[in-house]
Design a protein around this ligand. Structure first.
Ligand code: ADP
Ligand code: MG
Length: 679
C-alpha cells in the first residue's frame, strides 16, 4: 500500500543521489514532497501570434524553424545561437547565449513553443534566451507554472518532475481530512484536487480553490487544537482565589503602579477568582512593566496558600527575574528559588524536594522546569515570560504540572490588537499600553557609515560618564557561512579594541555555546564590560539599566519589530538613552522604514507600520507568535478565512465534543500544534 510516509526513493525516478539532494531541502518522505508548495507561479499561458506581440510582453509563441540555427563562437565563454522562427503572421528572431546543447534539439521543420519577454522594434520581434520546448512535448509552457522554494543543486525542473510523479503515484493515498458536509457547507474542494491544483493549477479558479481549501484546513486544525487546549482547561474547575490583601505588596514597591498595570492586575484577579482557569496574555511594549503584573499575581496565589512558577526562555532572563522578584517577595515571606540547567545536580535535588514538600512557594526557571522532573506539591499559577519563544505545546507541558493552574503569559511581541484577538484563539488578552512615568524617550538616529568617527567620539563620551554600549551586527544571511558570523564580530571587536584601547570590549556571536554566551552577557549585565558586540543574540528582555546606547549596524537587514525590540534594551534606567541605526542602503524602502523608527517609539505603531511596509508574510515569517508554522494560510491576509475556520471548528466541537467521530482531525490538529515549539 502506498503511504505518504514512504521514503522518496519509493518513487520512480528518485534514486539515492537525487534523494540526497532533496534531503538538503528537508524533503525525506512523499508527504514532505507533496507539501512542498510553490512559492509563486508564472503565468505562461498567453499564446500569441507573432504579429500581435507587443514590446516587453511576456508571452508564448508557437512557431516553426525554417532553417537550422546558426551557431557562432564569439570568444571563450561566449557562444551564440541565432535562429528565425515563423508562424502565419511573421518572424521571431531568437538568440540563445551559452546554451550550445540546444543546437541538437532545434530541428528545421519542427514546431516549438518559445516563452519569454519579447522585444519589438524596427527590425521586428525578438526574444533572447526564451524557455524553449517542442510543441508536441510541452511541459513548462502553456500553463501556470509553479515556482518552488529551492536552492542550488535542485532545479525547478527536477522539483516539478518529482512532484508530478509523486502526485501521479500517490494522489489516491492522500487522506481526506475534512468531512464532506463541512466541505460542502464551506465550499471547499476535495483534498486530491487541492494538491493537484496547488502544484499544477488547471486555471486561476482551480488555483484559488486549492489555496483556499489548504489554508482553511490549516486554520481549522489550528482552531481545533487551540479549542482542545481551552476545553481541557475549562471543563475542570480551577482554584477560585479570594483576592488577597495586596497592601503589603504595594507598600513594598519602590514606585506606584501605572493605570495600565492596575487594570491588567484587576483583569487577572477576576480570572483567578472565577473558578475557571485563567489563560491570559499580558501584552505590553518593552519596559511597560509586565513583571509587576506577574509579581502581583504570584503574590495573590501564594497568599491563597498555593504554589506559583515562572518560566523564562533563557538562563539569563530567569536569573534576572529571580534576582528582582526575590528581592521584592522574600521580605514579604514568600519562599523563592531558581531552577535552570546550570544549577548543580545537588541543588536541583534539594529544590525538587522542597517544591514537592511545599517548602517553596515560587519557583523561577527555564524550560528545565519542564524537563527536570519537577513535581509541585500544589501548583496553581504558571507564568511564562516572552511567550513567543515557547510553543503552545511547551506551555501546555508546564501547565500539566498542576491541576488546572491559572496561566499568565507575558509577551512584548507587538502584535496589533485586531490580530492578537484572532491569533491567540485560546487566550484572553490584556494590553499594557502605557509606560511608567518619567521614562525618557530614547533618541533615535538613522545615519550612514561616514558618521562612524563622530559616533566613536559620542560613545567615548558616554562611556566616560560610566555608561555601557550595545553594538549589534546582523546575523549572517543566506550565502554567508556561520563562520563569517564569528569573523564579523571578532574583527569588529578588534577594531573597537584599537579605537578604545582602555575600554573593555565583549563579544558574543552565533557560533558560541549557549552557556558561553550567557557567561559573557551576565558579565556585561554585571558591569564588567563597556561595550558588548553581538549578532542578534542579545536576549529579548535582558535588563541592564546602565546601558544607554544601542548601535545597530546594517540596520536595513532587520525587521522593524526586531529593531524596536533591540532598541528596548536601552532606556531602562534613569539615563537618557540613544539608538543609532547605521545603514548605507539608500533605497526608498530602507529610508521609509528607518524613518518610522526615528519618529515612533510606540511598539504597536511600529508593528502596524511593519505590517504595512513588509506585508503580513514577513511579519509572521519570523515566527514570533509561538504558533506552528503555516504553509499556506497567512494569519494576516486570511482574516476572513480564519473567522470561517474558527466558526467551523466551533460547530464541529458542538456536534462532536470529544472528536470521537473525527479521529483524523483530532490527530492532525495535535500534530500541527506539536510543531509549535520554537525555542
Ligand atoms: P517589561 O514589560 O519589558 O518586562 P519590566 O517589567 O522589566 O518591563 O519593567 C521595566 C522596568 O520598569 C523595571 O526596571 C521595573 O522595575 C520598572 N517599572 C515597572 N513598573 C514601574 C512603575 N509603575 N513605575 C516605575 N518603574 C516601573
Ligand atoms: Mg520582561
Amino acid at each position: 500500500m502506498a503511504e505518504l510516509s514512504d521514503n522518496l526513493q519509493a518513487l520512480r525516478g528518485i534514486g539515492a543521489r537525487r534523494a540526497q539532494s532533496l534531503r538538503k531541502l528537508g524533503l525525506v518522505t512523499v508527504r514532505d514532497l507533496l507539501t512542498w508548495f510553490p512559492r509563486r507561479y508564472e503565468d505562461r499561458r498567453t499564446l500569441k501570434a507573432i504579429a500581435d506581440v507587443s514590446d516587453g510582453e511576456s508571452v508564448c509563441i508557437r512557431a516553426y524553424l525554417e532553417a537550422p540555427p546558426v551557431v557562432t563562437h564569439i570568444r571563450d565563454g561566449l557562444d551564440v545561437i541565432k535562429l528565425n522562427a515563423l508562424d502565419d503572421s511573421g518572424v521571431l528572431n531568437v538568440t540563445f547565449f551559452n546554451q550550445l546543447w540546444l543546437r541538437n534539439e532545434l530541428r528545421p521543420g519542427a514546431a516549438y513553443i518559445f516563452y519569454g519577454k519579447a522585444a519589438r522594434n524596427l527590425f521586428g520581434c525578438s526574444m533572447s534566451n526564451p524557455v524553449t520546448e517542442r510543441a508536441d512535448r510541452q511541459e513548462a509552457t502553456g500553463c501556470i507554472l509553479p515556482m518552488y522554494p529551492s536552492s542550488a543543486g535542485v532545479s525547478q525542473w527536477i522539483l516539478r518532475r518529482c512532484i508530478r510523479d509523486a502526485l501521479k503515484a500517490y494522489a489516491d493515498a492522500i487522506p481526506e481530512t475534512l468531512p464532506e458536509e463541512l466541505r460542502t457547507a464551506r465550499r471547499l474542494c476535495d483534498i486530491k484536487s487541492a494538491y493537484e491544483n496547488i502544484h499544477f493549477p488547471k486555471d486561476d479558479d482551480a488555483l484559488q480553490a486549492a489555496r483556499r481549501r489548504l489554508a482553511f484546513e490549516e486554520l481549522f486544525l489550528l482552531a481545533i487544537g487551540l479549542q482542545g487546549f481551552r476545553k481541557r482547561r475549562e471543563t475542570n474547575p480551577a482554584a477560585a482565589f479570594a483576592d488577597a490583601d495586596m497592601s503589603p505588596f504595594y507598600d513594598a514597591l519602590p514606585f506606584s503602579l501605572t493605570d495600565a498595570q492596575r487594570r491588567c492586575i484587576a483583569e487577572a484577579f477576576a480570572d483567578m477568582r472565577s473558578g475557571v482557569p485563567m489563560n491570559r496574555l499580558c501584552q505590553g511594549d518593552v519596559g511597560s512593566g509586565k513583571t509587576m503584573v506577574a509579581a502581583a499575581c504570584v503574590y495573590n496565589c501564594v497568599r491563597n496558600g498555593r504554589q506559583a512558577t515562572l518560566m523564562a526562555p533563557t538562563e539569563l532572563l530567569a536569573r534576572q527575574h529571580y534576582e528582582g522578584l526575590s528581592r521584592l517577595l522574600s521580605p514579604l515571606g514568600i519562599r523563592v528559588a531558581l531552577l535552570t540547567g546550570s544549577v548543580s545536580a545537588k541543588s536541583k535535588r534539594e529544590i525538587r524536594r522542597q517544591i514537592a514538600s511545599r517548602e517553596l512557594d515560587f519557583l523561577i526557571g527555564t524550560h528545565a522546569l519542564i524537563s527536570d522532573g519537577v513535581e509541585f506539591a500544589d501548583l496553581a499559577l504558571v507564568v511564562t515570560d516572552e511567550q513567543h519563544r515557547f510553543g503552545v505545546a511547551q506551555r501546555a507541558a508546564l501547565t500539566a504540572k498542576g491541576r488546572q493552574p491559572h496561566t499568565l503569559v507575558m509577551s512584548a511581541t507587538p502584535i496589533p490588537r485586531t490580530l492578537a484577538l484572532s491569533v491567540y484563539g485560546d487566550l484572553d488578552v490584556s494590553f499594557l499600553d502605557e509606560l511608567p512615568p518619567g521614562r525618557r524617550k530614547i533618541k533615535t538616529y538613522a545615519v550612514s557609515g561616514d558618521y562612524r568617527p563622530r559616533l566613536y567620539g559620542f560613545l567615548e563620551k558616554q562611556m566616560s560618564e560610566g555608561r555601557q554600549i550595545y553594538i549589534v551586527c546582523p546575523m549572517v544571511t543566506e550565502g554567508e557561512s556561520v563562520a563569517d558570523d564569528r569573523k564579523a564580530v571578532t574583527e569588529y571587536a578588534q577594531e573597537l579594541g584599537r579605537v578604545f584601547p582602555r575600554r573593555r570590549v565583549l563579544s558574543v556571536h552565533g557560533r558560541m555555546k549557549p552557556k558561553d554566551k550567557e557567561t559573557v552577557m551576565s558579565a556585561f549585565a554585571a558591569g564588567d564590560g563597556d561595550i558588548l558586540i553581538s549578532t542578534t543574540v542579545i536576549e529579548v528582555g535582558i535588563d541592564v539599566p546602565n546601558a544607554s546606547v544601542m548601535v545597530i549596524e546594517n540596520a536595513e537587514r532587520f525587521g522593524l519589530s526586531q529593531l524596536h525590540q533591540l532598541r528596548g534594551r536601552v532606556g531602562r534606567g534613569k539615563f537618557q538613552s540613544y539608538c543609532v541605526l547605521i545603514s548605507d542602503n539608500r533605497s526608498e524602502e530602507t529610508r521609509q522604514r528607518l524613518r518610522v523608527m526615528v519618529t515612533t517609539s510606540d511598539g504597536f505603531r511600529v508593528a502596524e507600520e511593519d505590517l504595512h511596509i513588509r506585508g503580513p508574510g514577513d511579519f509572521f515569517g519570523e515566527r514570533q507568535h509561538g504558533l506552528p508554522p503555516l504553509k499556506v494560510a497567512n494569519l494576516c491576509a486570511d482574516g476572513e478565512l480564519l473567522r470561517e475556520a474558527q466558526a467551523a471548528a466551533k460547530e464541529l466541537q458542538t456536534a462532536d465534543p470529544n472528536l470521537t467521530r473525527h479521529p483524523v482531525i483530532a490527530r492532525r490538529a495535535e500534530e500541527l500544534l506539536a510543531q509549535s515549539e520554537t525555542a
